[in-house]
Design a protein around this ligand. Structure first.
Ligand code: NAD
Ligand code: DAU
Length: 368
């Protein structure tokens, strides 16, 4: 048996593939376009491992996907591939429509053709697992209950609208054609291999470099943080026992304001990598940094910034007995330590396309 993973060189996808092959011998076909967010270095430990078959390609390339399905005959497709960064979707939504909407449509069509031709037993066992986000539900008020699976879709950004569209396509391919799909909607992930344009890794790498820690608006936006390994475990469990046609919300019961998250990172870094001992200086003033919190800088808010996300994950807990293993404290400590232990990974990621993006988003100062 084999599974086909899309987007397995990205943050969550590479964590999923690494965990999968640590826990199983079932081979993985990994289809990834290697956009700026895809990094083969994440999978370096699998070099020469016959269970991992990496294919550089686009989910929107129907001929390629059809060939891969015919050749490898996977029992499941796990669809992680997407354009995933909200800020990029605001600057340039086109890629989000192409990959998240058109790409998912073409992938679904290729998978439908493959699935339709399978023998009955393989058809019954087949699963298309669509990895989606809490952002499709829009924004919560401070006292609203967390998003349940039944919450209406109210996406606000080009990113979340494109993910919502992909969720609807996946649902329709089940309802109309009977394709055995399951959708997961997860809250904000953090952990190893997280591209440093997203909040948590950006704050870690900026702090260590004495760069400003850019907090959007008043920093009081709330996200529900989940360690990436817990998300991957939830996906494995859904693949194993989730009900076809259902959606499962995944979250960490871990609501924090952005400012609280940034301050917690600063305190962890103060303990694990004190700025005075590392000789960290503020790039703006040249002054030595005593505590990393000094670098916190409030900047212009994200347009249309959703105020609060929170997930009601009771369905997956009740039906599939999944619960996060990490607390925010244990997961964040592991994450900060991972970035401290992998300066070479950070340095290579911070070259080229990444730097151009940072300059556009935060201005020349951020690159100083
Ligand atoms: P990411 O941006 O780190 O990785 C995306 C991967 O998809 C990259 O390797 C990229 O090269 C690949 N890709 C992009 N377009 C492609 C295409 N057309 N064909 C093939 N590969 C393509 O994203 P991530 O944070 O790992 O997110 C993975 C999935 O999980 C996404 O679907 C995202 O919407 C969802 N999700 C993310 C989070 C989060 O907090 N990061 C939370 C919930 C859901
Ligand atoms: O909620 C799940 C979503 O989480 C996923 O679907 C997305 O793929 C993923 O990118 C993430 O989206 P967010 O927009 O929540 O993540 P980001 O790390 O970009 O931002 C987290 C919060 O931090 C958000 O409120 C914006 C804020 N922020 C972000 C950056 C990059 C800042 O204040 N400063 C920053 O520099």
């Amino acid at each position: 048996m084999t599974i086909l993973v899309t987007g397995g060189a990205g943050f969550i996808g590479s964590n999923f593939v690494l965990d999968w092959l640590r826990l199983h011998d079932e081979p993985v076909v990994n289809l990834d376009k290697l956009t700026y967010a895809g990094n083969r270095e994440n999978l370096a430990s699998l070099e020469g491992d016959a269970r991992h078959h990496f294919v550089h390609g686009d989910i929107g390339d129907r001929a390629l996907v059809e060939r891969l399905l015919a050749e490898h005959r996977p029992r499941a497709v796990l669809h992680f591939a997407a354009e995933s960064h909200v800020d990029r979707s605001i600057h340039g939504p086109e890629d989000f429509i192409q990959t998240n909407v058109v790409g998912t449509f073409r992938l679904l069509e290729a998978v439908r053709a493959y699935w339709t031709a399978l023998p009955a037993a393989e058809q019954a066992a087949f699963r298309f697992l669509h990895v989606s986000t809490d952002e499709v539900f829009g924004s919560l008020g401070p006292h609203d209950p967390p998003f349940a699976e039944t919450h209406r879709y109210e996406p606000n950004s080009p990113y979340s609208a494109s993910k919502a569209a992909s969720d609807h396509l996946v649902h329709a391919w089940h309802h109309t054609y009977g394709l055995p799909v399951i959708t997961t909607n997860c809250s904000n992930n953090y952990g190893p291999y997280h591209f440093p344009e997203k909040l948590i890794p950006l704050m870690i790498v900026n702090a260590l470099a004495g760069k400003p820690l850019p907090v959007y608006g008043d920093g009081q936006q709330v996200r529900d943080w989940l360690y990436v390994g817990d998300h991957c475990a939830a996906i494995r469990r859904v693949l194993q026992a989730g009900r076809v046609g259902e959606t499962y919300n995944i979250g960490g019961h871990n609501e924090r304001t952005n400012l609280d998250v940034v301050r917690t990172i600063c305190r962890l870094l103060d303990a694990l990598a004190p700025a005075p001992a590392r000789g960290v200086c503020d790039v703006r003033s040249g002054a030595p940094v005593q505590r990393y919190e000094q670098l916190i800088t409030f900047v212009t808010d994200r347009p249309g910034h959703d105020r609060r996300y929170a997930m009601d994950a009771r369905k997956i807990e009740r039906e599939l007995d999944w619960r996060p293993a990490e607390t925010f404290d244990s997961g964040l400590r592991k994450t900060v330590q991972w970035y401290l232990d992998h300066p070479d990974w950070v340095q290579r990621v911070q070259s080229g396309a990444y730097r151009a993006w940072v300059q556009r988003q935060y201005g020349q100062e951020a690159l100083a």
